[in-house]
Write a protein that binds this ligand. Structure first.
Ligand code: TUI
Length: 309
């Protein structure tokens, strides 16, 4: 399936893997790229040198292109922004903020394709004006840090507002979701939750099992009252957080409570006291498969649906 996104990025299938904190490391990124999608290394809150090391390790596993996600709220964002240039990365996605002008000019001068995640039409317009090559319109069905609008409502409005190619994200985990996104005008999709349970994903087995067991209504959103909404699966951690949030605890106190909790869930498998970020589509994710199996199954399903008369 050829689109402006597959052509610009030089990939076979219009599927991008989300740049998930702790999860999107070199094994996963290389596996998605090897399977014909675009793998991403998630910079998250990691120092520049850690990201450099991840990039080099991914290069040992694949000759195909992969990208890096720069999480703009990270204290190391500027270092990571420089590392991607030094390492000759060709695609950068960004999340959780608006790209500063100096990063944009540095990346464009290096010939990097810049693809910001946006959660509104206004952000998409701003990114188009700033020189982005495409935008990822991410609905609030997504896991992790989210905006307020659903994928179904956001994608067609962003498609109408910009002439850049639009990539849909949020609530997509199979061929039906891909076909639906294309119907809304998207030219590719970004998926996170489904790839978390891939065989190549290094997340703790408890995290994968929790996702596979999850039902449609199992996620919740913390931090809404402080303007930092994060979607994750309900557990002891979220119950505690939401109780304190309701009691009016400050953002700083609540932040302290979540320090290191994503790592605790992803790496140590503590899915009760840790933060189990996942999208609303977790209920659809049923089994562990290789990235190649996932991508081929989803593309076959999407192509059948899209070619129906
Ligand atoms: O960035 C994400 N998802 C994330 S980042 C993340 S890191 C984290 N770790 C622990 C606790 C909390 C966060 C986890 N998940 N998705 C992309 C995304 N970007 N969603 C929403 C946005 C966004 C938000 C605001 C993009 C631009 C923006 O602009 C702000 C403005 O001033 O308009």
């Amino acid at each position: 399936m050829k689109t402006r996104v597959t052509e610009t990025l030089g990939i076979e299938y219009p599927i991008i893997q989300g740049g998930m904190a702790w999860v999107a490391e070199h094994h996963l990124a290389a596996a998605v790229s090897e399977a014909g999608g675009l793998g991403l290394i998630g910079g998250a809150n990691a120092p520049g040198e850690v990201v450099r090391d991840e990039i080099r390790k991914a290069r040992e596993l694949t000759k195909k292109p992969f990208g890096v996600n720069v999480m703009l709220m990270s204290p190391h964002a500027e270092d990571v922004a420089k590392v991607v240039v030094e390492e000759g990365i060709k695609v950068v996605t960004t999340g959780a903020g608006i790209i500063p002008a100096n990063y944009m000019s540095m990346w464009k001068n290096a010939g990097i394709k810049v693809i910001p995640v946006v959660a509104s039409v206004a952000q998409a317009r701003l990114m188009e004006k700033s020189g982005a090559d495409a935008v990822i319109a991410e609905g609030m069905e997504s896991g992790g840090h989210i905006g307020e609008t659903t994928t179904m409502a956001l994608v067609p409005q962003v498609v109408d507002a910009v002439s850049l190619p639009v990539i849909a994200a949020g609530g997509i985990a199979d061929g039906r979701g891909i076909a639906a996104a294309f119907m809304l005008g998207a030219e590719a999709v970004q998926m996170g939750t489904r790839f978390v349970v891939s065989k190549e994903s290094i997340v703790h087995q408890n995290y994968k099992d929790r996702l596979i067991k999850a039902k449609d209504i199992d996620s919740t959103v913390t931090g809404v009252s402080h303007g930092h909404p994060v979607r994750c699966l309900r557990n002891k951690m979220t119950r505690e957080y939401l109780k304190l949030e309701q009691e009016g605890k400050s953002f700083e106190e609540l932040e302290y409570l979540t320090l290191g909790t994503l790592r605790k869930a992803v790496m140590e498998g503590d899915v009760e006291n840790g933060t189990v970020m996942a999208g609303q589509i977790a209920g659809l994710v049923q089994k562990e498969q290789t990235c190649k199996e996932m991508i081929e199954e989803m593309m076959a399903q999407a192509e059948t649906l899209l070619s129906r008369k």
